[in-house]
Design a protein around this ligand. Structure first.
Ligand code: CU
Length: 128
Protein backbone atom coordinates (compact mmCIF):
# COMPACT_ATOMS: atom_id res chain seq x y z
CA UNK A 1 0.00 0.00 0.00
CA UNK A 2 2.79 2.41 0.91
CA UNK A 3 4.55 1.54 -2.33
CA UNK A 4 1.46 2.31 -4.41
CA UNK A 5 1.17 5.73 -2.85
CA UNK A 6 4.81 6.53 -3.66
CA UNK A 7 4.26 5.52 -7.25
CA UNK A 8 1.21 7.76 -7.50
CA UNK A 9 3.16 10.76 -6.21
CA UNK A 10 5.91 10.07 -8.71
CA UNK A 11 3.42 10.14 -11.59
CA UNK A 12 1.95 13.44 -10.44
CA UNK A 13 5.41 15.04 -10.20
CA UNK A 14 6.42 13.71 -13.62
CA UNK A 15 3.24 15.16 -15.09
CA UNK A 16 3.98 18.58 -13.65
CA UNK A 17 7.45 18.61 -15.19
CA UNK A 18 6.45 17.49 -18.67
CA UNK A 19 6.91 20.16 -21.36
CA UNK A 20 3.65 22.02 -21.78
CA UNK A 21 1.84 21.25 -25.00
CA UNK A 22 0.47 24.33 -26.71
CA UNK A 23 -3.01 25.20 -25.54
CA UNK A 24 -5.50 25.87 -28.28
CA UNK A 25 -7.85 28.83 -28.52
CA UNK A 26 -10.19 29.30 -31.46
CA UNK A 27 -11.88 32.60 -32.23
CA UNK A 28 -14.34 32.82 -35.10
CA UNK A 29 -15.33 36.06 -36.80
CA UNK A 30 -18.83 36.46 -38.18
CA UNK A 31 -20.81 39.58 -39.06
CA UNK A 32 -17.76 41.62 -37.99
CA UNK A 33 -17.81 40.25 -34.43
CA UNK A 34 -15.37 38.00 -32.63
CA UNK A 35 -17.05 34.88 -31.25
CA UNK A 36 -15.67 35.74 -27.84
CA UNK A 37 -14.68 39.04 -26.28
CA UNK A 38 -12.74 37.54 -23.40
CA UNK A 39 -10.09 34.84 -23.50
CA UNK A 40 -8.38 33.48 -20.37
CA UNK A 41 -5.10 31.63 -20.82
CA UNK A 42 -2.36 30.39 -18.52
CA UNK A 43 0.79 32.50 -18.42
CA UNK A 44 4.10 30.94 -19.40
CA UNK A 45 2.93 28.29 -21.84
CA UNK A 46 2.56 28.55 -25.61
CA UNK A 47 -0.98 29.23 -26.78
CA UNK A 48 -1.94 28.47 -30.36
CA UNK A 49 -4.65 30.80 -31.59
CA UNK A 50 -6.77 29.83 -34.56
CA UNK A 51 -8.64 32.81 -35.98
CA UNK A 52 -11.32 31.84 -38.49
CA UNK A 53 -12.91 34.53 -40.62
CA UNK A 54 -16.38 33.48 -41.76
CA UNK A 55 -17.07 36.86 -43.37
CA UNK A 56 -16.71 37.77 -47.07
CA UNK A 57 -14.44 40.68 -46.07
CA UNK A 58 -10.98 40.82 -44.51
CA UNK A 59 -10.46 41.29 -40.78
CA UNK A 60 -7.59 41.64 -38.35
CA UNK A 61 -6.69 40.09 -35.03
CA UNK A 62 -4.09 42.27 -33.42
CA UNK A 63 -3.13 41.72 -29.82
CA UNK A 64 -1.16 43.98 -27.53
CA UNK A 65 -1.41 46.64 -24.88
CA UNK A 66 -3.34 49.84 -25.38
CA UNK A 67 -0.19 51.75 -26.38
CA UNK A 68 0.29 49.32 -29.28
CA UNK A 69 -3.35 49.71 -30.31
CA UNK A 70 -3.08 53.47 -30.16
CA UNK A 71 -0.25 53.30 -32.69
CA UNK A 72 -2.35 51.14 -34.98
CA UNK A 73 -5.40 53.33 -34.70
CA UNK A 74 -3.27 56.11 -36.11
CA UNK A 75 -1.33 53.84 -38.47
CA UNK A 76 -1.54 53.45 -42.18
CA UNK A 77 -0.43 49.86 -42.77
CA UNK A 78 -3.11 48.20 -44.85
CA UNK A 79 -2.10 44.58 -44.30
CA UNK A 80 -0.40 42.73 -41.47
CA UNK A 81 1.00 39.42 -42.51
CA UNK A 82 4.31 38.75 -40.89
CA UNK A 83 4.05 39.24 -37.14
CA UNK A 84 2.74 36.62 -34.72
CA UNK A 85 0.72 39.20 -32.80
CA UNK A 86 -0.66 41.05 -35.82
CA UNK A 87 -2.73 38.94 -38.15
CA UNK A 88 -4.72 39.86 -41.20
CA UNK A 89 -7.28 37.17 -41.88
CA UNK A 90 -8.47 37.38 -45.47
CA UNK A 91 -12.13 36.83 -46.26
CA UNK A 92 -13.31 33.26 -45.62
CA UNK A 93 -9.96 32.00 -44.40
CA UNK A 94 -8.18 30.91 -41.24
CA UNK A 95 -4.86 31.94 -39.72
CA UNK A 96 -3.01 30.48 -36.76
CA UNK A 97 -0.34 31.93 -34.54
CA UNK A 98 1.37 30.77 -31.36
CA UNK A 99 2.11 33.22 -28.57
CA UNK A 100 3.48 32.84 -25.05
CA UNK A 101 2.59 35.36 -22.36
CA UNK A 102 5.54 35.13 -19.99
CA UNK A 103 3.85 36.62 -16.94
CA UNK A 104 0.34 37.48 -15.82
CA UNK A 105 -0.98 40.30 -17.97
CA UNK A 106 -4.06 41.74 -19.58
CA UNK A 107 -3.97 42.60 -23.27
CA UNK A 108 -6.52 43.70 -25.82
CA UNK A 109 -7.21 42.27 -29.25
CA UNK A 110 -9.01 44.11 -31.98
CA UNK A 111 -9.48 44.74 -35.66
CA UNK A 112 -8.14 48.07 -36.83
CA UNK A 113 -9.88 48.18 -40.18
CA UNK A 114 -11.90 51.39 -40.39
CA UNK A 115 -14.95 51.28 -38.15
CA UNK A 116 -14.49 47.68 -37.00
CA UNK A 117 -13.33 48.37 -33.44
CA UNK A 118 -16.19 50.81 -32.93
CA UNK A 119 -18.57 48.17 -34.28
CA UNK A 120 -17.39 45.76 -31.58
CA UNK A 121 -14.33 43.94 -32.86
CA UNK A 122 -12.63 44.23 -29.51
CA UNK A 123 -11.71 41.70 -26.85
CA UNK A 124 -9.63 41.19 -23.75
CA UNK A 125 -7.07 38.47 -23.12
CA UNK A 126 -6.16 37.69 -19.55
CA UNK A 127 -3.07 35.59 -18.91
CA UNK A 128 -2.65 34.41 -15.34
CU1 CU B 1 -12.63 43.65 -38.92
Amino acid sequence: MKHALSLLLLVVVAGACAPAAPRAVTIAIHYSQYSTNQVDVPAGVPITFTIRNDDPIDHEWMIGDMAMHERHRAGTEAVHASRPDELTIPALSTRTTTLTFPVAMTLQYMCHLPGHEAYGMFGVLVAK
